[in-house]
Design a protein around this ligand. Sequence first.
Ligand SMILES: [Cu+2]
Length: 127
Amino acid sequence: MRARLLIVFWLLLGLTTACARGQNGASSLIANLNITPSTVGENHVRIELLDSTNAHVIGAEVKMIANMNHAGMQPSSASLTETAPGIYEGTIELTMPGEWFAILEIAREDGQTVELQVALPEVRRGE
Ligand SMILES: [Cu+2]
């Protein structure tokens, strides 16, 4: 059975690192997200996915949708690739400076789906 999990909340950890935690009863996931360089244009995303026991979540399919809270915004999306156990990476295009958030759609190996929301660090204009 597929469970749609709740978005909980997120914390900013620094200029280019954001951390999010999603929880639902026994199943909780933590996504530690890094985005580089956090400027308008193409960005590299790296997500470390952990379960409630702090173990890496392996074999998941992770899709990232980045968006902003204003009318007429065109979201960006990317499918991330697992590059090491529990580490998911990819590139995503951020089209405007300002405050972005990411929705992570995570399909686990056992078929369970989890959705996390992560506030991204402030996106700056490029050079
Ligand atoms: Cu925008």
